[in-house]
Design a protein around this ligand. Structure first.
Ligand SMILES: [Cu+2]
Length: 68
């Protein structure tokens, strides 16, 4: 288990950050999701490192271009 932070673009309101949070929480192995709307980032715990790439891909696909 490790704590990671990714950068997320295009979030403009609480609906956006809610969508990002929901998207991340739906991924098995990801927990403790905290989305920082004004800071353009999200922090969460991952069971294994490959989940970070999966999280970046899922959030990007949801319309919020993300990067590690
Ligand atoms: Cu929004």
């Amino acid at each position: 288990m490790s704590q990671v932070t990714i950068t997320i673009n295009n979030m403009s309101c609480s609906h956006c950050s809610g969508m990002v949070k929901k998207t991340l929480k739906e991924i098995a192995g990801i927990s403790d999701v905290v989305v920082d709307l004004s800071g353009k980032k999200a922090s969460f715990s991952v069971a294994k490192d490959s989940l970070v790439d999966q999280a970046v891909a899922a959030v990007t696909q949801a319309g919020y271009p993300a990067s590690r």
